[in-house]
Design a binder for this molecule. Structure first.
Ligand SMILES: O=c1[nH]c(=O)c2[nH]c(=O)[nH]c2[nH]1
Length: 323
């Protein structure tokens, strides 16, 4: 095989879709998390591709086993950002020839079931319901290329598949009108989207494991700058809240304008967030034309019956970065 005109310019491998449910028992109160984990590594692994030499390969099966083992022993397992960093730090510390780990943790929504006891409503200690398709995710890169004692973490996190709809409070007008335009201007329309939100933190220095088994991972002590950093566990809920509140309350001139308001608010609220990206499909709902039966369902104030259109949809995206 000729190696003169080509070379291996990039190589990364690992396990995708490692599904794990973890139960943490606090007496009779149980806490649960369900994750889909992707665990990928880079390093001195070229010969496994170029020379069929597997001696450098930590099997993807082993990477899966390590993921489950960390889910068992990591004190950080309930917080996706911390669990992902712990797993990444463990991999690059344990294997001298692996220099980078890329961990994605997607968290599925389990909420407690409310039960009534007389007139009192209480959250059940160990019964849960799948609370929608929305997922929280974190993407972590643990980079040991500057040495095993100089670990750098790059973290982004966010939400996917958060489906929202408002039945008024949205307009779209003043756009380019030319020979291709058929869309009419509207001062009242349905706005629905499935929110994909991704916010990125500035790179962080990570503590290196000291123990021989490389399983220890200590979160740095808060230095007073904690708010807005990757260690601030309130960021996901606050970013979700801003997304929902701006969506509901903005008198939307367009998906673009509402997106910008959401993103700028998150950058403003969290000093540790370096940038915020949204991808918002514009899920169209078309008022059904009932002229055939002499019924007006088209003028915005009379539009009551809509046809949801799954495709095509608009797709509006942007990244807002801290200066
Ligand atoms: O909010 C919108 N932005 C667009 O860019 C667009 N384009 C379109 O046809 N409808 C909409 N709505």
């Amino acid at each position: 095989m000729s190696t003169e005109i080509s070379f291996l310019s990039n190589a990364r491998y690992g396990k995708d879709k490692v599904r794990v449910l973890r139960v943490v028992r606090q007496g009779s109160l149980h806490l649960i998390v369900e994750y889909n984990v992707t665990v990928l590594v880079e390093g001195d692994i070229d010969v496994s591709y170029t020379k069929a030499d597997n001696s450098v390969v930590v099997a993807t099966d082993s990477l899966k086993n390590i993921t489950y083992y960390l889910a068992k022993v990591s004190p950080h397992v309930l917080i996706p950002e911390r669990f992902a960093l712990h797993l990444g730090v463990h991999l690059v510390s344990k294997y001298s020839h692996l220099h980078k780990a890329f961990i994605t943790v997607e968290q599925l929504r389990w909420s407690r079931i409310s039960v009534h006891n007389g007139s009192e409503s209480k959250e059940h200690p160990y019964s849960f319901l799948r609370d929608g398709d929305e997922k929280r995710f974190v993407k972590v890169e643990v980079d040991a290329s500057a040495g095993k004692n100089h670990l750098v973490g790059r973290v982004s996190a966010g939400i996917t598949d958060l489906l929202v709809l408002k039945s008024t409070g949205s307009s779209f007008s003043n756009f380019v009108r030319d020979e291709y335009t058929t869309l009419v201007e509207v001062d009242d329309r349905i706005f629905s989207t499935s929110v994909d939100l991704n916010y990125t933190f500035a790179p962080i220095e990570l503590p290196c494991p000291k123990r021989d088994d490389k399983l220890d991972f200590n979160i740095p002590v808060a230095d007073g700058q904690g708010v807005g950093t990757v260690w601030d566990t309130s960021v996901p809920d606050k970013a979700r809240k801003v997304t929902l509140e701006v969506f509901a309350q903005d008198d939307s001139a367009s998906v673009q304008a509402t997106l910008y308001k959401m993103a700028t608010q998150i950058v403003q609220d969290h000093p540790g967030v370096a940038s915020v990206s949204y991808a918002l499909p514009n899920k169209h709902f078309i008022p059904v034309d009932m002229k055939y039966i002499q019924v007006d369902n088209l003028t915005p104030s009379n539009a009551e019956v809509f046809m949801p259109v799954s495709a095509p949809s608009g797709l509006i995206s942007a990244t807002i970065s801290r200066k």
